[in-house]
Design a protein around this ligand. Sequence first.
Ligand SMILES: N[C@@H](CCC(=O)N[C@@H](CS)C(=O)NCC(=O)O)C(=O)O
Length: 104
Amino acid sequence: MLTLYDYLPSRNAWKVRQLLHHLQRPFRQVLVSIFEGEGRSPAFLRINPSGRVPAIELEDGRTLAESNAILAYSPTARPTSPPRPTTAHGCTSGCRSSRSRWNR
Ligand SMILES: N[C@@H](CCC(=O)N[C@@H](CS)C(=O)NCC(=O)O)C(=O)O
């Protein structure tokens, strides 16, 4: 399952959370208390060397940081979702427009 490294007050993390909900993509949420130093922990720095949220870790262990890069990557919807017209990255036209809206 995809993991989202998250901090609830973060607008950048919020964008990624919205994308995952929009895509109905199940994900595991790991809250990172950035103001208590968790972003600088060795474990989190292995996920994102910049120490910032959001970041995602894919099922195969690959990681991706930077909210806009994650929005552009658009992790695909779960396979059980009803078929919808999608781009190569599994994003519908509705998703693309939402993504553009969040991508500010
Ligand atoms: N350009 C990055 C900015 C990420 C960012 O600044 N995240 C903040 C929370 S909104 C953070 O983790 N700050 C902790 C720190 O800088 O140590 C993105 O869009 O993901």
